[in-house]
Ligand binder design. Structure first.
Ligand code: SF4
Length: 551
């Protein structure tokens, strides 16, 4: 195995830190070879590794390294029941699947050698013929594997973690794209809205259950607002939607009947009564708060400590890695990691960039400061984007602070090819669009595009320019205020400013990272807001020599 300079220089330090029970943070950009490095160093410390990624798509790059450099290691992976089950549609909640009534509820001794997607498809094909369950068989394979690939919920959600029945102390656990731990509690949030209740009504059979749900729908509509921001619903108001034990029992009976019918018919679709029941189950936890968000009620945890606490277990070895890791103090104070940490910023240690380079420009005549977000300002932003479009070599990625402002600006973008992110946009849509010609790809900070898109050809990024429209501070809504106040109370200092600033910084760095995927990439970063002309921003973004521009 040949190592890059940084990998050879830092390997011993990482191995040493893991052996001495430090939690290792590895800050290194995408494309610098950190997956191979993490596997190599971890396997020097323990014989077994768990590699935790955000989405199933991210299994493949790990598999590629394993099959090239660690052929002697047995690997396994696990996907959720809704994906592994042979009778489901993809939106089924795994908790609704009634495996007890399934004729395939058996485990087969399967061997996993192919890439994850191919292996899963093969298993699903064979399972009906041979009478076994792909999910439970995959679950069994992880017990004997040297390297296990998992997604975040299997590590951070305590009930799912326990379902794996493995000894976590036997492994080094690598968490990829670990900056996402900031919002890890979102995994456990539950939503309730008019549409969910109406679908539950259409699934319910008894008049009694239908009447309960009709009443619930009526009362819920009085509590929700259309705003795309979290608005706290206080307990007095929540009382109007509370269901009695008898009402919950009635809904549960219906729910169980539907579960059994579905498995009898070998066709598992979403069980909306389950969605209603689980919303109310979550409310029993006093740490959960309920908000209105975009016409829905959202029950969620304000603080992530119950999910993050596993990282503080000194008996378990962890390596958290990302190209946009939060600073050490932030990880300690705001995220709540309180064990011994070794923080390794690879580019700082090597005093050089490991992936491509970028030039920064700061526009001094625009801002998205809320009070100045006018139609006139949107027109100015559109002029910048047109200018960038006509001057760019390849595609352009523009990141906006909100959908609202993105729509406002797009009204003034005529005669150019652009694509606007919405809840339906898939990465495949973007790939199709860019094949047709130069494209301005417009996305939202912290959204699917800005955190997930990779458009490359022969390893080189096809995005030459990144335009950051305004500063993507998270919305200062009731959720953020509550979170800031809870953390401030514990730390006895006000953390609001830090909470907002670091989230914005991570979002900007993520967007820039989309354009530099290899050492040969050279991008232009347009920081379109005069507030970027501050020492803090310029330093954090490595833009100390930024050129100032005007329209
Ligand atoms: Fe459960 Fe059967 Fe689906 Fe396996 S195939 S997850 S046992 S319902």
């Amino acid at each position: 195995m040949e190592f890059r300079e940084w990998q050879s220089k830092i390997a011993e330090k990482v191995i040493d830190a893991l052996r001495n029970n430090f939690l290792v943070i590895l800050q290194a950009p995408t494309g610098s070879g950190k997956t191979l490095f993490a596997l190599y160093t971890s396997l020097k410390v323990k014989q077994k590794v768990i590699f935790v990624v955000r989405t199933h798509n991210e299994f493949f790059p790990v598999y590629r390294e394993l099959s090239t450099h660690f052929r002697d290691k047995r690997y396994a992976f696990l996907v959720g029941k809704s994906l592994a089950c042979v009778y489901t549609s993809s939106d089924v909640d795994p908790q609704d699947i009634y495996c007890g009534g399934c004729e395939l509820f058996n485990v087969a001794d399967v061997k996993i050698n192919d890439p994850p997607k191919i292996s899963l498809n093969k298993l699903k094909d064979e399972s009906k013929k041979l009478g076994f369950c792909p999910y439970y068989s995959l679950l069994e394979t992880i017990k004997s594997a040297d390297v296990i690939l998992l997604t975040y919920p299997y590590l951070f959600m305590p009930w799912l973690r326990n379902s794996l029945d493995i000894n976590w102390e036997d492994y080094v656990i690598i968490v990829d794209e670990a900056h996402n731990i900031e919002n890890i509690s979102n995994m456990e949030e539950k939503r309730l809205n008019k549409k969910i209740i109406e679908l539950a009504i259409s699934q319910a059979k008894s008049q009694n259950a239908k009447s309960i749900l009709e009443r619930l729908k009526e009362n819920l509509e009085k509590l929700v607002y259309s705003d795309d921001r979290y608005i706290l619903v206080d307990n007095d108001k929540l009382a109007s939607i509370t269901l009695s034990d008898d009402e919950i029992d009635t809904l549960t009976e219906e729910y169980e009947d539907i579960r059994k019918d579905m498995i009898k018919n070998k066709s598992l679709t979403k069980n909306y009564l389950g969605s209603v029941i689980r919303f109310f189950e979550l409310l029993k936890d006093e740490k959960v708060r309920v908000f209105s968000y975009s016409n829905s009620l959202v029950a969620k945890y304000v603080i992530s400590s119950d999910f993050i606490n596993i990282l503080n277990d000194e008996k378990i070895s962890f390596m958290l890695m990302s190209g946009t890791m939060q600073p050490l103090n932030y990880l300690r104070d705001i995220i709540g990691i309180n064990r011994k940490i070794v923080y390794i910023d690879v580019e700082k240690i090597m005093r050089s960039r490991l992936t491509g380079t970028y030039e920064c420009l700061i526009s001094m005549d625009v801002t998205t400061t809320y009070s100045l977000r006018s139609e006139q300002m949107a027109r100015k932003y559109a002029s910048y984007l047109l200018k960038i479009f006509y001057n760019s070599n390849k595609h352009i990625l523009a990141i906006f602070p909100s959908y609202e402002f993105m729509h406002m600006v797009s009204k003034f973008l005529n005669n150019i090819g652009y694509l606007k992110e919405d809840s339906e946009t898939s990465i495949e849509d973007i790939i199709d669009k860019v094949k047709k010609g130069k494209t301005l790809i417009m996305g939202i900070a912290r959204g699917k595009i800005s955190e997930g898109i990779e458009i490359v050809e022969n390893g080189i990024s096809l995005i030459s320019d990144v335009a950051i429209v305004g500063i993507p501070y998270p919305p200062i809504d009731d959720y953020l205020k509550l979170r800031a106040s809870e953390i401030s109370k514990v730390l006895k200092k006000d953390v609001s400013d830090e909470l907002i600033r670091i989230q914005a910084l991570t979002a900007v760095k993520q967007a820039i990272g989309r354009s530099i995927r290899s050492p040969r990439d050279k991008a232009i970063v347009w920081l379109l807001d005069k507030r970027y002309d501050s020492l803090w921003w310029k330093k954090e973004l490595n833009c100390l020599n930024a050129r100032k521009i005007k329209l």
